[in-house]
Design a protein. Structure first.
Length: 79
C-alpha cells in the first residue's frame, strides 16, 4: 500500500494546508482500496497486494487511521 500510494502521488505537489493533505491521502486511500479509511471493518482484502502468506492482501483500516496517516501528517509538518 505504501508503495502504491507513493507511485500514485508522485509528482503531485504538496497541498498548502494540513487539512488538504489529509483529504488528499484519504481520497487516495479510498480510491486504491475502494473503501473509505473510516470503514468500520478491521481490514479489506485487495487482490493486487496478495503475494502469499497468512495476511497477504489485507489492508488494515486501523493501521492507516492510527499510524499511516498520522505519520504522513507528521512528515508533512516536518517538511
Amino acid at each position: 500500500m505504501w508503495a502504491e500510494m507513493s507511485e500514485v502521488l508522485a509528482g503531485v505537489p504538496l497541498p498548502p494546508t494540513e487539512g488538504e493533505l489529509v483529504q488528499l491521502l484519504e481520497h487516495t486511500f479510498a480510491r486504491l482500496v475502494r473503501a473509505p479509511i473510516g470503514s468500520p471493518e478491521s481490514s479489506i482484502f485487495v487482490e493486487r497486494y496478495s503475494h502469499g502468506g497468512m495476511s497477504t492482501g489485507l489492508v488494515s483500516f486501523a493501521f492507516w487511521q492510527e499510524i499511516g496517516l498520522p505519520l504522513s501528517r507528521a512528515r508533512y509538518l516536518g517538511a
